[in-house]
Ligand binder design. Structure first.
Ligand code: ATP
Length: 486
């Protein structure tokens, strides 16, 4: 029972196994805050009214799934999750649907992702790394015993429940094998650059051992805070992977070093944990795991450092402030008039004040710059993390905005570049998440100092600038539009 008397789904299910299975429906639940947003779903905390049990309700829009041709992935995820019965995986309790959406009732893992914990701490100490590596190994042993490969194991897909035990999720790219799956076999490209195995890159093949490669990368990342294979772009990362080129920091724990080296073997059959290398028994005997009680892992208390982090609510801070602080129409009309007036006065846009595009309080760079000035900024940009995404274009304005869609809010780095292009990137994984399509019909609408809309013919983007510079963004976008489309 939680402090407020709410039963967690585990408690509820232990107390009362339901005698008959009545299909649940949306009206049986009260929906609370958003727990997370994926490319194809929004995960919302939901409480079943009758039982008081809490679930992480994964809600998928049917239209979106069909449009993006993701039906097989959704079916696969449901199929795989329904086969898993292990404490270190997210559990699927039920599914139901209405005309527009699919609902997956999952166990709640509200304490965030492994990635955010590594970032919060910089890196894990040996105790935490050992504890969570053991949990991942135990989970993989179960998964592989069912002849399932995850194929996208990474810290973003490893969540934590209230006890700070891992809950592995995201089975949309998992594969169910017809046999033991020890031998690599053809596989389409799935996964994430930093964790992808060399056999997938070289031979387009994957096997159970490919998950062990990802495990090696994760252990390295826990202990160092860094990826083992890092480079400015995916091509160079892949080169490092196929050559197994990575380095250990000085004074690295020798047992951890040996474990990682045994997992990051180019030949999947040579990886510790693979059936040809003694399977999971041999892996669990590795000296890195000395002191681990494998039989009792799920009942052991998490390391104190991690329990302390569980109290930190940064991962749960997902509420959306409403538009109560919004501008009235008179203010918006004034603002529009002001933008028109300013652009008339400036005439030649090179007269604009030039600001650092990353300075959120400034307007950024003008759409047209004198050649030398443009070169100077371009040179400066080359040394930034974001240059790669601009693809040779000058970044005119840049900053973090929250992008709201439905119930969920995602933090994104926005780059407004020559072209014009308006790209948004996940600031953690550095993955391009999308682009707001430009046309002469694109227009901005400030709603408050924090909130603004970008309207395009097919969609309205709801953006939130926590530093209260929504007006600056609107002005900048309108200025670029004027330059390119009039
Ligand atoms: P993608 O394919 O982009 O990873 P998806 O649409 O398959 O996304 P998930 O990755 O399953 O969606 O979930 C999206 C986010 O929701 C996760 O990153 C996580 O933050 C949150 N989430 C997912 N499952 C749970 C859960 N059981 N408990 C709490 N939060 C969850």
């Amino acid at each position: 029972m939680t402090e407020n008397g709410v039963k967690t789904e585990e408690q509820g299910h232990i107390e009362a196994a339901q005698p008959k299975r009545i299909k649940k429906k949306r009206g049986d639940f009260r929906f609370g805050p958003t727990l997370g947003e994926g490319s194809y779903s929004t995960v919302i905390l939901a409480r079943e009214i009758e039982s008081g049990r809490e679930y992480a309700m994964k809600v998928l829009e049917k239209r979106h799934i069909m449009r993006e041709k993701k039906v097989p992935q959704v079916e696969r995820e449901k199929q795989v999750l329904s086969r898993l019965d292990h404490p270190f995986f997210v559990r699927l309790y039920f599914t139901f649907q209405d005309t527009e959406r699919l609902y997956f009732g999952l166990s709640v893992a509200r304490k965030g992702e492994l990635l955010s914990k590594i970032k919060q701490l910089g890196k894990f100490d040996l105790e935490c790394s050992r504890f969570y590596t053991a949990q991942i190994v135990s989970a993989l042993q179960h998964l592989h015993s069912l002849n399932i490969i995850h194929r996208d194991l990474k810290p973003e897909n490893i969540l934590f429940n209230d006890k700070m035990q891992i809950q592995i999720t995201d089975f949309g790219t998992a594969k169910e094998l017809k046999d033991s799956g020890d031998e690599p076999r053809s596989s389409s490209f799935v996964g994430t650059a930093q964790y992808v195995s060399p056999e997938l890159l070289k031979d387009k093949k994957a096997c159970k051992s490919s998950d062990l490669w990802a495990l090696g990368c994760i252990v390295y990342q826990m202990l160092t805070g860094q990826f083992p294979f890092k480079a400015p772009n995916e091509y160079l990362i892949f080169q490092q992977i196929v050559n197994c080129k990575y380095e250990f920091p000085e004074d690295f724990d020798p047992n951890a070093r040996d474990l990682i080296s045994s997992l990051l073997q180019l030949d999947p059959m040579m990886r510790l944990g693979s059936s040809s290398c003694g399977g999971y028994e041999k892996l669990m005997e590795h000296p890195f795991f000395t002191g681990i009680d494998w039989e009792n892992l799920a009942n052991q208390a998490a390391p104190k450092t991690m329990l302390a982090l569980a109290g930190d609510s940064s991962d749960e801070d997902t509420t959306v402030e409403d538009l109560a602080d919004g501008f009235d129409q008179a203010f918006i009309n004034d603002f529009k008039a002001q933008v028109i007036e300013e652009s008339k006065q400036k005439g030649d846009s090179t007269q604009l004040v030039i600001c650092d595009p990353t300075d959120n309080s400034g307007l950024g760079l003008p759409a047209v710059l004198p050649k030398e000035e443009r070169e100077r900024w371009m040179k400066k940009q080359h040394s930034s993390d974001w240059d790669y995404f601009a693809k040779g274009n000058l970044i005119l304005k840049q900053g973090q905005l929250e992008k709201k869609r439905g119930f969920s809010v995602k933090l994104r780095e926005f780059l407004l570049t020559e072209g014009p292009k308006l790209i948004y990137i996940d600031p953690n994984s550095k993955e391009v998440k999308g682009e707001i399509p430009w046309s002469s019909e694109l227009r901005t609408e400030p709603k408050s100092f924090r909130i603004f809309f970008v309207h395009t013919p097919n969609r309205t983007y709801h953006l939130i600038d926590k530093s209260n510079n929504a007006l600056i963004w609107c002005k900048k976008i309108e200025e670029i539009k004027k330059h390119y489309y009039t």
